[in-house]
Design a protein around this ligand. Structure first.
Ligand code: 3HC
Length: 316
């Protein structure tokens, strides 16, 4: 078979909505795009544990602590499924982590903002996990099989995270005046970074065209951002809070909410490593990696001993 006929077969599979599996032929650029997106996604899950991890010891009750702990553990699990999915494309986990630690790989801009009050745990669950669900549910139908299958479980857990965040916001909004103010302040700080999470506008998104053609992405950055704004406005009403955007209004003709200008300079500044917490997040990840070296060594030694025992018992 020539490269041309491999390409034809691949294109037919994409058009038929079949999944591409690790042993299938795929164009180099498709493989590269997937490695880039899945590894960035995995890094986002792992770095995303840090802003909320800060509040585990300060949660206001045992119940809140248990729920937050479970949520942060879930994010760690998501990172592991995603690293495994990326490994099927021929990159090792060590290589991906090296790219994260050296600053070469990106992770979501949102995790470079500080979590200054307990209400931020509500705003993150509600808005950040809410935005993640909007982006990730379509990824359950992405064209690469291992990524699509990993996303099914990730999305189930993200839905629980979104609900727990909304419930924290609801409790605060129905609480004392001071608690309601905390909820509003968290919404004010997290709103714009949350809608930036969907990435640059379509016209300035260099990867979108090929990713849409390959059915890696099912909706464009702006389409997903619009869907998120539309559902979140309604949820904000239930909370009795106000979205910090004076230009936000229903557009009867479009059947969507119009929203104000996003500060893309701020977004690119954060993506380039100059956000409020970029340095701190990377330092914390690197420290955890170095301090965890003995665990990895012990696990490898244990796996080696087990393999040795198994080989001996099979030979006997
Ligand atoms: N933060 C950091 N970088 C971003 C970004 C963001 N919010 N949005 C876009 N970028 C980067 C892209 O990675 C790309 O850089 P690169 O070419 O060097 O990789 C550049 O900006 C241009 O953006 P594009 O729109 O061309 O890039 P994509 O086509 O990859 O679209 C995306 C960006 C929509 C984020 C897409 O990659 C995607 O859907 N990824 C999977 C989902 C994901 O990674 N989510 C992370 C969010 S949070 C999370 O998962 C944790 C949860 O627990 C809350």
């Amino acid at each position: 078979m020539t490269v041309h006929s491999f390409q034809e077969k691949f294109d037919e599979k994409i058009d038929r909505e079949d999944t591409i599996e690790p042993r299938d032929w795929m164009p180099d650029d498709y493989r590269k795009t997937l490695i880039r997106q899945i590894s960035q996604h995995a890094h986002s899950e792992i770095v995303g544990m840090l802003p909320e991890g800060n509040w585990i010891t300060r949660a206001p009750s045992l119940r809140r602590k248990a729920v937050l702990l479970a949520k942060v553990q879930d994010e760690g699990g998501h990172g592991l499924y995603l690293y495994s999915a990326a490994e099927t494309l021929g990159i090792t986990r060590d290589e991906m982590l090296e790219q994260l630690h050296s600053g070469k790989a990106k992770y979501s801009s949102i995790f470079n903002y500080p979590t200054t009050t307990w209400a931020d745990m509500g705003a993150i669950g509600w808005l950040v996990d809410g935005a993640a669900i909007m982006n990730q549910v379509p990824l359950c139908r992405t064209s690469y099989g291992p990524y699509a299958r990993a996303m099914v479980r990730v999305c189930k857990e993200e839905s629980f995270h979104q609900r727990q965040g909304f419930e924290i916001m609801l409790t605060l909004s129905n609480g004392t005046e001071e608690q309601k103010k905390m909820a509003q302040d968290a919404l004010n700080r997290w709103w714009w970074p949350s809608i930036m999470m969907f990435g640059p506008p379509d016209a300035e998104s260099p990867n979108s065209e090929s990713s849409m053609r390959w059915r890696i992405k099912r909706f464009s950055n702006d389409e997903l951002r619009q869907k998120f704004v539309d559902v979140t406005v309604e949820q904000t009403r239930i909370l009795g809070l106000e979205i910090p955007d004076k230009d936000l209004k229903w557009n009867e003709e479009r059947g969507h909410y119009d929203y104000g200008q996003i500060d893309w300079d701020e977004f690119w500044n954060v993506v380039k490593g100059n956000g409020p917490c970029n340095k701190e997040r990377l330092e914390t990840r690197k420290k955890a990696w170095e301090e965890g070296a003995w665990v990895r060594e012990a696990a490898l030694a244990h796996a080696g001993k087990r393999a040795e025992r198994k080989a001996k018992s099979e030979a006997a």
